[in-house]
Design a protein around this ligand. Structure first.
Ligand code: SF4
Length: 334
């Protein structure tokens, strides 16, 4: 497990309360799976033999641009990559359905698989649940590559992606005389980057629809450990450091960064999801003494450092002990 520096709780002397400071969550930024995927891609990168991740290798535009200079250029499909003369394609950390590997083989392209093992776990679980006769509900964004990949591996018409009860094909509990009600066996898995509180609220509503009349409901919490840790670290930061403002740093398409900003706002601290330091309006900082920083799983350290520099230039003292240490031996539970 990544061990974060121990930060002293601030004593409330007059001098210290007058200080403007930056505090950082104990867990933030690149997760294990993204770091692993980038390591694989960087090892394979060769400007003389370009590789095309299908979709964004990572939801961070700065990193995507950096990799482009090393011959890593995203494509939307195998056909598009081949049309651009690229002979190697890659599956991103979010994973993809089995069709991609079949397409690559059919076109004679090399395939580099950087799927996070924690996503692979959800894909295999979905397959197992289908074999056991469950209707699969994937709690997540229907457009997200990870969710689409999980549904593709499940390979059944008895599956759906949903974030709200109205997204489901049912609107009544089992046994109702009116409306559409769920089948007898329903299993719920989650997109790995979702918010645990929201997953639990959704699960409770779905369970209430499924269990009447002998229905069987199974909840599989597949939110990954790094995502859970980032959310928990942010909650601890809010309680411990009495922050006035939270900046959640990450690409605009980063689901887990958006969730972090939601966690802050739901706990009553004004929180913004930003991609770059120039998005920070001076007005946000007007009455702020303590800024809390967190960052999504695809946010590189140098982008977090740029935000720290932006704030220190405006009179905030930098975080004690830097942004965080990295434990090269860390492997999440799965
Ligand atoms: Fe893997 Fe979790 Fe990171 Fe996604 S957020 S790449 S599942 S470790």
């Amino acid at each position: 497990m990544v061990s974060a520096p121990v930060r002293e709780t601030t004593n409330t002397t007059t001098e210290q309360t007058a200080e403007r400071r930056i505090v950082v969550a104990e867990e933030l930024g690149y997760c294990w799976g993204v770091r692993r995927a980038l390591d694989i891609i960087e090892e394979s990168a060769d400007p003389a033999s370009r590789v095309a991740p299908i979709g964004d290798i990572i939801h961070n535009p700065q990193v995507v641009e950096r990799l482009r200079t090393r011959g890593v250029e995203g494509a939307q499909s195998v056909v598009e990559a081949e049309g651009r003369g690229i002979r190697r394609v890659a599956i991103t950390a979010h994973g993809m359905g089995p069709q991609l590997a079949q397409d690559a083989a059919a076109h004679g392209l090399e395939l580099i698989d950087t799927t996070c093992p924690l996503v692979t776990k959800v894909q295999r679980l979905a397959q197992k649940l289908v074999r056991q006769g469950y209707y699969i509900v994937v709690y997540g964004d229907a457009w997200h590559p990870e969710v689409r990949g999980v549904l593709a591996w499940a390979a059944t018409s008895k599956s759906v992606a949903a974030k709200k009860i109205v997204d489901l094909p049912w609107n009544a509990p089992r046994g109702s005389k009116e409306g559409a009600s769920p089948p007898r066996k329903v299993a719920l898995v989650s997109q790995t980057t979702k918010n645990i509180d929201e997953l639990m609220a959704f699960a409770a509503e779905l369970q209430a629809m499924v269990v009447p009349e002998g229905g069987e409901f199974r909840l599989c919490n597949t939110i990954c450990e790094p995502t859970s840790e980032r959310q928990s670290a942010l909650k601890r930061l809010i309680e411990r450091d009495k922050v006035d403002l939270i900046l959640a740093i990450g690409g605009k398409k980063s689901s887990n960064t958006a969730r972090l900003a939601e966690v802050g706002n739901k706990r009553g601290v004004t929180s913004y999801h930003i991609e770059r330091p120039d998005e920070i309006a001076d007005a946000w900082l007007a009455d702020v003494r303590t800024v809390g920083l967190t960052a999504g799983a695809s946010t590189p350290d140098d982008v977090i450092e740029e935000v720290v520099d932006h704030l220190t230039a405006r009179g905030f003292s930098p975080p004690d002990g830097g942004i965080r240490p990295v434990d090269p031996d860390y492997v999440p539970a799965y």
